[in-house]
Ligand binder design. Structure first.
Ligand code: TYD
Length: 215
């Protein structure tokens, strides 16, 4: 999807389990609002009623879908999210901060699950006209730290995908690493091992480095 770059900016936060994306997405949105930027905070899977219903089917409700169904459902949720919420917000000049986007499908259903990256990208082209974030903030955390954080947060109540084995999550992390190496201009790699405020400061530095706004 080609967009008029004078309109809103689209920032996605990505990373494996326990990276602290949701906290950082909130802090980032608050900081942008404090700068007077009209910002929408949203998440995937979800962000619209239909996509939140798909989220429940994917992560908690009913039977686990097989890998291809899973990839199609993530793509369908994203298509609704893009057409109903993200694209209209950007067109109205708002900034969008999104907790996960298509790189999560590439890392989880692709790297973790084994579907070819080209297939995930084809679904994204069909569903969402291949819309990509202007900047993708990849929060990287050592596996021991993320395991501690997810245990403290979820206990035994992890979702269906978060609860997959350590090899699956290692493949997810290594897929994210590969994407950031291939597209260094679209990704900002952030060390997420420190305190939330330290990580937030690093993210704000990356946003400022993009040169979009006066701070
Ligand atoms: P999220 O709510 O961000 O969970 P967490 O806070 O544990 O990171 O995402 C829910 C789960 O869905 C997470 O395990 C990652 C997975 N997921 C995919 O497998 N593919 C996708 O395209 C997306 C957006 C998420």
């Amino acid at each position: 999807m080609t967009r008029d770059r004078t309109l809103g900016r689209f920032i996605a936060l990505e990373g494996g389990e326990g990276a602290g994306k949701s906290t950082q997405a909130r802090l980032l949105c608050d900081a942008l609002v404090a700068r007077g930027i009209d910002t929408v905070l949203t998440r995937e899977p979800g962000g619209t009623r239909l996509a939140e219903a798909i989220r429940a089917l994917l992560l908690t409700d009913g039977d686990a879908p097989d890998l291809r169904t899973e990839a199609l459902l993530f793509a369908a949720a994203r298509a609704d999210h893009v057409s109903r919420l993200i694209a209209p917000a950007l067109a109205a000049g708002k900034w969008v901060v999104c907790d996960r986007f298509v790189d999560s499908s590439r890392a989880y259903q692709g790297g973790g699950g084994g579907l070819p990256d080209a297939d995930i990208l084809a679904l994204h082209r069909i569903g969402s006209e291949a819309l990509l974030p202007d900047l993708t903030v990849l929060i990287e955390v050592d596996p021991q730290i993320s395991a501690q954080r997810t245990a403290a947060r979820d206990g035994d109540a992890t979702d269906r995908i978060g609860g997959r084995d350590t090899q699956y999550h290692a493949r997810v992390d290594s897929a994210f690493d590969g994407f950031a190496r291939v597209e260094p201009g679209r990704f900002a790699r952030i060390d997420g091992n420190g305190t939330p405020q330290e990580t937030h400061a690093a993210i704000m530095a990356a946003i400022d480095a993009a040169g979009w706004v006066q701070s």
